[in-house]
Design a protein around this ligand. Structure first.
Ligand SMILES: [Zn+2]
Length: 475
């Protein structure tokens, strides 16, 4: 249900819903501007193009390399991780050719010396496909989607034993590749990076190296999503659930020393409104609008004490999320393929629900396209605390995008997980919500463009009047 209103709140929920629909429809049919949060027909069309058949073919092809362990052989063209990465690169290059050559595909190579889980020095090779943004004011804003193409049998150092890795993580790799091929044919304001990384099972080597380089180059990564284990819909106990995908979102980072902006947010109890949580809210909204399955947001970094390729991005200060299937079956993760008393162990294609992986890809596509078409989240958003009052005044810096159409303020009760209210405030950089108390609510400011594409929300920092040198100190 849309949460935006441009008029005073009507009497009942039904009336409000009708007015909202009339308002949104009127704006959508109008000459220039769509209302904030309007459905974007281009995104809806792309979501339809995601193919379960292509995803199944990708997963089966990745399984055919026998093992994709980072310690496996690299010379063969049909077996081991070298063959797998050359095939992934070739497929992405084919998609680049078929879409006008804007998608740039490259290997990203990092040498890892011998250590635990790495018996001999190896090259960890990420396959990275970049689709540059079209709008100069947005091009430096980057969104990353990743899956790890390496796999493991029972022992992560074992490069010999078969490690089909159909679910962990050919499924996530297939999502990255499918999105690269569908989205490379379209144009976005911001830049998209589609990755297949390696060395995950030995210690997140590929993602860590890429995230560190990104940080060193000062890249503005406004969002990162890893899809890891997104293909199984039957739990170890036999419970089937194909209606949702879990999205794990970190709150306060578990660091010894917190950055100043995090500490400032904590002073106003913004612990549930740091960037990864705002990104998760945005992803859920995009799924509600365009995707056939729901997003189940989990306020946790990852599954309990587990980890993944989003960690190095979080550690570099970037907002990052993990997608994982709703129910897991550990007989089909990190296991040598074998039969034990009639039970098949191993991460084999027959335990992957390909139609479900396609639905997860649709959620990812809806989120990424919505992010890369929308303006940046507003910067320097401030809550004015000039006197004690029951109104709420917010101000922010104007966005730089030429297609910017306005801003919306969203708010909710402090105990509510998702935005409950929204107000389209037009193209201004300061607004007072009368009678909405900052003591009882959490606020965010979002920007929108002429097509109604809405940005992620920014949590405001408090601003107080500077102390006057001549005035007596207040007590
Ligand atoms: Zn994995």
């Amino acid at each position: 249900m849309p949460i935006f209103m441009s008029t005073r709140p009507p009497r009942s929920r039904n009336v409000r819903r009708q007015i909202l629909h009339v308002w949104l429809a009127a704006l959508a049919c109008g000459p220039a501007v769509a209302g904030p949060g309007a459905v974007n027909a281009g995104i809806a069309a792309m979501v339809q193009e995601v193919s379960a058949g292509r995803i199944e073919a990708t997963i089966r092809k990745l399984v055919s390399f026998g093992t994709r362990n980072s310690n496996s052989e690299t010379a063969s063209d049909t077996h081991g991780i070298g063959a797998a990465r050359r095939w992934i690169k070739g497929e992405l290059e084919r998609c680049a050719r078929e879409s006008g050559g804007r998608l740039q595909v490259a290997f990203d190579v990092h040498r890892i010396e011998p250590q635990a889980r790495v018996p001999r020095a190896v090259d960890i090779v990420n396959v990275v496909a970049t689709l540059p943004g079209d709008q100069p004011e947005s091009r430096d804003r980057v969104y990353v989607i990743s899956g790890h193409y390496d796999s493991m049998p029972s022992d992560p150092a074992d490069g010999e034993t078969d490690a089909p890795g159909a679910n962990d993580d050919a499924s996530g790799t297939a999502v990255s590749m499918e999105l690269a091929c569908v989205m490379a044919k379209r144009h976005f304001d911001a830049t998209l990076v589609f990755m297949a990384v390696a060395g995950e099972e030995q210690g997140l080597f590929g993602s860590t190296a890429w995230a560190k380089d990104a940080k060193a180059k000062g890249l503005d990564i406004a969002g990162m999503i890893t899809n890891d284990i997104v293909g199984n819909t039957r739990s170890a106990e036999g419970k089937v659930d194909r209606s949702r995908v879990r999205v794990f979102a970190q709150g306060v980072p578990p660091d010894k020393e917190l950055p100043a902006d995090v500490l400032l947010a904590l002073r106003t109890s913004g612990e549930n409104d740091l960037p990864a949580r705002q990104l998760a809210r945005f992803v859920k909204e995009a799924a509600d609008k365009y995707a056939p399955i729901a997003v189940d947001v989990v306020w946790r970094r990852d599954r309990y004490l587990r980890g993944g390729d989003h960690f190095p991005f979080l550690e570099a200060g970037y907002p990052a999320l993990r997608f994982t299937e709703p129910v897991e079956d550990w007989r089909h993760q990190h296991q040598d393929p074998r039969l034990v008393e009639g039970v098949q162990f191993g991460d084999l294609p027959q335990f992957v629900d390909f139609a479900y992986v396609a639905d997860v890809a649709r959620v990812n596509l809806a989120a990424l396209a919505s992010l890369a078409l929308a303006p940046a989240a507003p910067r320097d958003v401030e809550m004015e605390v000039l006197r004690l009052e029951n109104d709420t005044t917010l101000r922010w810096k104007a966005n730089p995008e030429p297609d910017l159409a306005g801003y919306a303020i969203v708010w909710r009760k402090t105990t509510a997980p998702f935005w409950e209210h929204g107000r389209d405030v037009g193209n201004v950089t300061r607004f007072t919500l009368e009678g909405v108390s900052k003591d009882d609510h959490v606020f965010g400011v979002r920007a929108y463009d002429r097509d109604g594409n809405l940005s992620v929300a920014t949590y405001p920092r408090p601003v107080r009047p500077p102390p006057r040198a001549t005035a007596p100190a207040a007590r």
